[in-house]
Design a protein around this ligand. Sequence first.
Ligand code: GLA
Length: 373
Amino acid sequence: MGWMSWNFFAEKVNEKDLEEMADAMVASGMAKAGYNHIFIDDGWQGGRDNKNKIIADPVKFPSGIKALAKYMHDRGLKLGIYSDAAQLTCAGYTASLGFEEQDAKTFASWDVDYLKYDYCGAPPDSNTAKLRYKTMADALRKSRRDIAFGICEWGERQPWHWAAQAGGQLWRTTGDVRDKWKRKSAEKWGEGIMDILDVNAELHSYAGPGHWNDPDMLVVGLYGKKGPSGDGGGTGCTDTEYQSQFSLWAMMSAPLYATNDLRNMNEATKNILLNEEVIAIDQDALGKQAERKIKNDVWNVFVKSLANGDYAVAILNRSDAAQNFAIDFKELGLDGKYEVRDLWQHKDLGKSKSWKGDVQSHETKIFRLMKVK
Ligand code: GLA
């Protein structure tokens, strides 16, 4: 969990803004709720020095990355960094191909905790991808610092089949998320929350402790901000839609990394990002990704098994109108009676074998079901 720089700052990332985001993460209560990483994305690099050591842009990062890592560690946070398995990154900055060991050593010497490793500029075949990711994973291990490794080749080579073996702890399953609900048929590109859901939801069997599907960043609270998330038709979502993304990502045990301006959050955004009952579903120790048990144009219903024997059930209304929904939990494979708790209303609804009620357009309800003995 954490906050990633790309959707908000893109290439304009710098140490002052990252420190402010870290302070806001602590002050807002997000750090306490579990958001404990600041991830620097693309644009931090300033080339290589005369010994080929990768360096940070001295204007954006005058104190250097090691000092920034210390800033994070002093506040109980971790620092992520970004590179790419080719000569240049997606935004055209210095990347790590051919310098894997040296760069891993450098990141370790800076006390970095996480590496997102992108795939722009690299050849399309799977064998090269596996090799390039493994080379960097091995280099990180050799550096002797515990650096988590995030694989980012957008699901194009079905990384769920090989990324864990190559040394990744998580892998992106799709292209970049845009700040929108769903791609319109006339739009050539730009994946919305629903487009990404439909890919990632099918991959539930591949996720588990230490090897996770990554359906990309949270767009919660961006409200159509200009920048990467605003490209490809990303004109913004409603709070109901942001609440749905958060609920669905939690059901899918996705990494939760916000991208909005943590220094200026409205109440709706805070209510979403700080819902600790929903965060507990995401972070549940069993590490199971929800299964989508009902899937049609209007309703998607997900069930996630939890470590203490409870179940999380999420009900999404994909249609453009409010609808009434009724379900016997038995239809989801859940026999018997349950204490039902609504995790958005923070309210116990009593003992039941079923649920019925209204679900707004694009809303996702989440319930926690505790079996009645
Ligand atoms: C790719 C990745 C994004 C982001 C940009 C940075 O598009 O998928 O998440 O890291 O590169 O250039």
